[in-house]
Design a protein around this ligand. Structure first.
Ligand code: BES
Ligand code: ZN
Length: 902
C-alpha cells in the first residue's frame, strides 16, 4: 500500500511566498521560504510539489535559533571541505513521479525534535492551458483587446502546483505573500490579506506585499493579478463582534455594474453569519472576484473568494430569476465557509462533509434571511435532500465519512453525498435537537477549534453538552454517517389493535433486485431514526426515536385519527411507506398539507413505486392533485419524477397515453400562466412559470411548442425581439426543438459568439444543443472542442446538454468514446467533471446492448481517475433502467388505460 500522507515529523509554521506571473508568456516563477518545526527528529524534508521546475541549486536549509538567528547553512553543492563538521548537507533531492506528488529532500543528518528550520528555494512553472493551480485566464475587453490575468484555485490538492508545501488540510500555517504585477494597464494584485506595501520591482513591474495571514490550510490561499474593477461596502459587524471592514466585489471593468446584487446579498449574509455564529470575521477585508475561466462554481479562498461569472454576476436586464437564485445561494455557500472550512477545517478529506455539508446547509439559512419569500426551507428539499436520496439509494453510494487517500479519491468525494447528504443530516439534527441548541452547539464547536481542524465527533460532543442525557447525539448520528444509504419506514396497523401503528425499517434501494450485504456495515443497514408525525387531531409534530437495534416501533393512536403523516416536512433523512388505506387518506388530504409535506408525499410515492415498494397507482393518483397545485416546489419534485418516467417510457407503446396524462395535469396551470411576467410579480411565481413551461414543452404540448417556436423565429428575424430573460431558455431550447433549422441555428451561433454575458451565453449554448438535426449537433460537437468558441470550463456541460437531447445522445456517446484520449489529455483524469459526464450521458440507456458498450468502453480505458465511482453509478443506473422496464410497464399501462381519457 502506498502511503500518501506526509510523515508526521514536521509541521509548517510560516510561508514566505513570492510569485511572479508572466502575463505574456503564461509562465511564472516563484521563491519560497518555509519555516517549520520538527515534531520528531528526521533527516528528510518531505513536501508536496507538482509540475514545478525546482531550481535544485537554490535550495537552502537553515537552522533557526529560538531568536530566529541562523546557525547553520546548507545547500546542495556546498564545498564539503570548508564546512563545519556538524553542518547539514543535502544528500539527495527526489521528486516522486507517482501520484504522491512528493518532493523529498534528504539530509546527511537529523533535524532535531523541538527545533525550527527553514527551507528556501526558487522554482518556476506554467500557467498556460491550465484551469487549476496557479493559472492563466483571458478575456476580451470592451475595446476588443485581449487581456490576460493570473489567478488560482487550489482545493483540494493543487496548491502544490503553485508552491512546494505541506499540502494537507490540517497542516495550517501563516502566509506572507508577495506578488509581482505589471505596473501599467490598471493591473492590481490580490491575495487573502490586504496589501501593505507597493514598490518598484523593475522597469515595468511592481512588487506588492500583503499582510501576514492568520493560520490556515494551503488550499485556502489565493493569488490574483488582474485588471478588474470593484464595488465596495463597509461591513458593520453586530456589537462586540469585530471592527468594520471593507467588502468588495471585483469583475472585469465592463462588468462592474453586474456586481451590485452579490455585494448587497453578500453584505447582508455576512452580517447574519457573524451574528448567527457569534464569532467575528477574522480578516481585515473580504473580496469576491468573478473570474472568466473557473474550474468549479466558486471557491471559498479566505478573504478572496473566487467565482465563475455565472455564479456571482447579475444584471437586472438580462439575468433570470434562476440566475438570481444561483448567485444568492453560491454567495451564501462560500461565505458560510469563512467559518466552516476556513476558521475550522476538517482534519482530513474523509470528513469533507464538515466543510461542504455545513456550507450547503448554512447557505439556506443565509439566503432565507435576505429573501424571505423564496421558500428556501422548501427549496432545500428538492435541491439537496432529494438529490442526496437519488445517489444514496444505490449500491454504488458510500458512507459520508469515507477513506480517501490519493488526489483522485479526494476529488471524487466532492459529491452529492458530502454536500447534499451532509446538509440533509445537519438539517435533521437541527430538527431533533432544536434550532437554538443547534446554533449554540455549532458556536461551541467553532470556538473550540478556532484556527484548528476538527472531526465529526467534535461537533457531536459540542451539541451533546447542550442536550444533556436526553439523547446520545453521537450514537444517533453514527448510524447515519458510518454507513451509506438510508431507510424506508413501513407503517402498518398492528395485528391486535387498530389504534396502534407498527413501524419497521428497511434500507431503501432504487433497484428492486438489489440486496445489501448486511456484513458491510456495523449497523447492518439499520438506523436510529427520529420519527416525527402529525395527525388530523394534532398539527404539532411529535418526535420518537426508533433505535437501530429494535425491530419495531409502536405508536398509539387516538381512535378519532383520520390521517397520520410521518416525517413532518421531510425533515428526516428517510422515506415513509404506508398501507393502502393510510396512503389514500393522505392523498385525500393533500391540499391541507404544508408545501414541504406535499413535496415529500410526491417524492416518496414516486420513488417507492420506482423501487417496486408501492403500486404505481399511488403516485399517479397523487399526481392528479397537481391540477390544483400552485406552488413551485411540489411542482418541481413532480416534474423530475414525471420527466424520469418520460425517459424510460419514451420508446414504448405506453408513451402517448402517458404524455396525454401529464399534459392534462398541466392544463390548469398553463391557462393561468402568461409567457411574460408582470411587473412586480412575486419571485416564486416567476420561478413557477419557468418550471411549468419547461415541463409542458418537454412533453410537447402543441401550443407551448408553437409559442416557443414563434418567439424564437421573431428573435432570429430581429434581435430586438429578445425574449424576456426568465423564459429565454424555454424559447431557445424548445423553440430550437420545434422550428430550428440550419438558419436559426447559425444565427443563434453567431449571436452566441458576439455575446459577452456568461449567463446569456450559457442559455445560447443550451439552446443550440436542442436542435433536432444530427448534422447540426455533430457540427456543434466539433465547434465546441475549440476553446475560442467554448471555454474549457464550459466544455463538459456543453457535451452533457447535447446528450440530453434524445437526438444527440448517441452522437455524444460515440464522440466521447472515439475521442477519449484527447479529452483526457486536455482535462486530466483528476478533473471533477470529466468522470461525472459518463453517468449523465448514459442515464437514458435502457438495454443490454448499451450496457455492454459501456462495459467495453470502461474495459478499454481501465483508469477512471476521479471518475471511478461515477462509472459504477452509471452501470448501476442502466441496469436499474432495464429491470424497471421489465417490471413496471404493464402496471403503468393498466393504470393509464383505466384513468386517462383521450
Ligand atoms: N469548496 C468548493 C469548491 C470546490 C469544489 C473545490 C470541488 C474543490 C472541488 C466550493 O465551496 C463549492 O462547493 N463550490 C460549488 C458551488 C457551491 C455553491 C455548491 C461548486 O463549485 O460546485
Ligand atoms: Zn463549498
Amino acid at each position: 500500500m502506498v502511503n500518501y500522507m506526509l510523515p508526521n515529523t514536521l509541521r509548517p509554521d510560516h510561508y514566505d511566498i513570492l510569485l511572479k506571473p508572466n502575463l505574456v508568456t503564461g509562465n511564472f516563477s516563484g521563491r519560497i521560504n518555509i519555516k517549520f518545526n520538527v515534531i520528531h527528529s528526521t533527516n528528510e524534508i518531505v513536501l508536496h510539489s507538482k509540475g514545478l521546475n525546482i531550481h535544485r541549486n537554490s535550495i537552502r536549509i537553515n537552522v533557526l535559533n529560538k531568536g530566529g538567528v541562523l546557525s547553520t547553512v546548507s545547500s546542495l553543492h556546498q564545498n564539503e571541505t570548508t564546512d563545519k563538521k556538524d553542518s547539514i548537507k543535502i544528500m539527495n533531492i527526489i521528486e516522486t513521479l507517482d501520484d504522491r506528488e512528493f518532493l523529498n529532500i534528504e539530509l546527511n543528518q537529523e533535524m532535531l525534535e523541538g527545533e525550527q528550520y527553514e527551507v528556501i528555494m526558487d522554482y518556476d512553472g506554467i500557467m498556460k492551458n491550465k484551469i487549476n493551480g496557479f493559472y492563466w485566464s483571458e478575456y476580451v475587453s470592451e475595446k476588443g483587446e485581449k487581456r490576460s490575468i493570473a489567478t488560482s484555485k487550489f482545493e483540494p490538492t493543487y496548491a502544490r502546483q503553485a508552491f512546494p508545501c505541506f499540502d494537507e488540510p490540517n497542516m495550517k500555517a501563516k502566509y506572507s505573500v508577495k506578488l509581482v504585477r505589471p505596473t501599467y494597464d490598471n493591473y492590481i494584485a490580490l491575495s487573502n490579506m490586504d496589501q501593505i506595501n507597493e514598490e518598484q520591482y523593475n522597469e515595468n513591474e511592481t512588487l506588492v506585499t500583503f499582510k501576514e495571514s492568520v493560520p490556515m490550510s494551503t488550499y485556502l490561499t489565493c493569488f490574483i493579478v488582474c485588471d478588474f474593477a470593484y464595488t465596495e461596502r463597509i461591513i458593520q459587524p453586530p456589537k462586540n463582534l469585530g471592527e468594520p471592514f471593507p467588502f468588495r466585489v471585483y469583475a472585469t471593468p465592463a462588468q462592474r455594474n453586474k456586481t451590485e446584487l452579490a455585494l448587497e446579498v453578500g453584505a447582508k449574509i455576512i452580517q447574519f453569519y457573524i451574528d448567527y455564529f457569534q464569532i467575528s470575521y477574522p480578516l481585515p477585508k473580504l473580496d469576491m472576484v468573478a473570474i472568466p475561466d473557473f474550474p468549479s462554481g466558486a471557491m471559498e479562498t479566505w478573504g478572496l473568494v473566487t467565482f465563475r461569472e455565472t455564479a456571482v454576476l447579475y444584471s437586472p436586464n438580462t439575468s433570470s430569476v434562476l440566475n438570481k437564485e444561483r448567485v444568492a445561494t453560491v454567495v451564501g455557500h462560500e461565505l458560510a465557509h469563512m467559518w466552516f472550512g476556513n476558521l475550522v477545517t476538517m482534519k482530513w478529506w474523509n470528513e469533507l462533509w464538515l466543510n461542504e455539508g455545513f456550507a450547503t446547509y448554512i447557505e439556506y439559512l443565509g439566503v432565507d434571511q435576505v429573501f424571505k419569500d423564496w421558500e428556501m426551507e422548501n427549496q432545500f428539499i428538492i435541491a439537496e435532500l432529494h438529490r442526496a436520496f437519488e445517489t444514496d439509494a444505490k449500491l454504488s453510494s458510500h458512507p459520508i465519512v469515507v477513506n480517501v487517500t490519493n488526489p483522485d479519491e479526494i476529488t471524487a468525494v466532492f459529491d452529492a453525498i458530502s454536500y447534499s447528504k451532509g446538509a440533509s443530516l445537519l438539517r435533521m439534527l437541527r430538527n431533533f435537537v432544536g434550532n437554538e441548541v443547534f446554533r449554540q452547539g455549532v458556536t461551541k464547536y467553532l470556538n473550540k477549534n478556532l484556527y484548528g481542524s476538527a472531526k465529526s465527533e467534535d461537533l457531536y460532543e459540542a451539541i451533546q453538552e447542550l442536550v444533556g442525557d436526553q439523547m446520545n447525539v453521537k450514537d444517533i448520528m453514527y448510524t447515519w454517517t458510518k454507513q451509506m444509504g438510508y431507510p424506508e419506514i413501513i407503517v402498518e396497523v398492528a395485528e391486535n389493535s387498530t389504534d396502534v401503528l407498527k413501524i419497521t425499517q428497511k434500507r431503501f434501494l432504487l433497484n428492486a433486485d438489489d440486496v445489501s450485504d448486511k456484513e458491510d456495515s456495523v449497523y447492518g443497514y439499520r438506523w436510529t431514526i427520529p420519527i416525527t408525525y402529525i395527525t388530523n387531531l394534532d398539527p404539532e409534530p411529535k418526535l420518537k426515536f426508533f433505535p437501530y437495534n429494535n425491530d419495531t416501533l409502536k405508536i398509539q393512536l387516538d381512535p378519532n385519527t383520520k390521517w397520520i403523516k410521518f416525517n413532518v416536512n421531510q425533515n428526516g433523512y428517510y422515506r415513509v411507506n404506508y398501507n393502502k388505506e393510510l396512503w389514500s387518506n393522505l392523498i385525500d388530504n393533500y391540499q391541507n398539507f404544508s408545501i414541504a409535506d406535499r413535496t415529500s408525499l410526491i417524492n416518496d410515492a414516486f420513488n417507492l413505486a420506482y423501487a417496486k415498494r408501492l403500486d404505481y397507482g399511488v403516485p399517479l393518483t397523487l399526481s392528479q392533485k397537481l391540477i390544483n397545485e400552485s406552488d413551485v416546489v411540489p411542482w418541481r419534485t413532480a416534474s423530475s419524477a414525471l420527466y424520469r418516467l418520460k425517459e424510460l417510457l419514451h420508446d414504448s407503446e405506453v408513451y402517448p397515453k402517458y404524455q396525454q396524462f401529464v399534459l392534462q395535469l398541466l392544463q390548469p396551470s398553463l391557462q393561468k400562466i402568461n409567457w411574460e411576467p408582470e411587473e412586480n410579480e412575486p419571485h416564486l411565481h416567476r420561478h413557477l412559470r419557468i418550471s411549468i413551461l419547461k415541463l409542458a414543452c418537454e412533453f410537447e404540448d402543441p401550443r407551448c411548442l408553437e409559442e416557443a417556436g414563434q418567439r424564437l423565429k421573431s428573435f432570429v428575424e430581429d434581435k430586438q425581439n429578445v425574449p424576456h430573460q426568465d423564459i429565454r431558455s424555454v424559447v431557445f431550447n424548445y423553440g430550437m426543438w420545434s422550428v430550428g433549422t440550419q438558419k436559426e441555428w447559425d444565427i443563434l451561433w453567431e449571436r452566441y459568439l458576439l455575446e459577452d454575458d456568461a449567463q446569456v451565453k450559457a442559455t445560447y449554448r443550451n439552446g443550440l444543443a436542442h436542435a433536432r438535426s444530427t448534422s447540426l449537433l455533430s457540427r456543434y460537437l466539433t465547434l465546441a472542442w475549440n476553446p475560442q468558441y467554448v471555454r474549457r470550463q464550459d466544455y463538459v456541460t456543453t457535451l452533457t446538454s447535447i446528450s440530453g437531447n434524445p437526438i444527440g445522445t448517441q452522437l455524444v456517446w460515440d464522440y466521447v468514446r472515439d475521442n477519449w484520449d484527447a479529452i483526457v489529455k486536455e482535462f486530466g483524469l483528476n478533473d471533477r467533471y470529466l468522470g461525472r459526464m459518463i453517468p449523465d450521458i448514459t442515464e437514458s440507456f435502457t438495454n443490454e446492448r448499451k450496457l455492454n458498450e459501456m462495459k467495453d468502453f470502461f474495459a478499454k480505458y481501465p483508469n477512471a481517475g476521479a471518475g471511478a465511482s461515477a462509472r459504477k453509478q452509471a452501470i448501476e443506473n442502466v441496469k436499474t433502467n432495464i429491470k424497471w422496464l421489465e417490471r413496471n410497464l404493464l402496471d403503468i399501462k393498466n393504470w393509464l388505460d383505466k384513468n386517462v381519457k383521450v
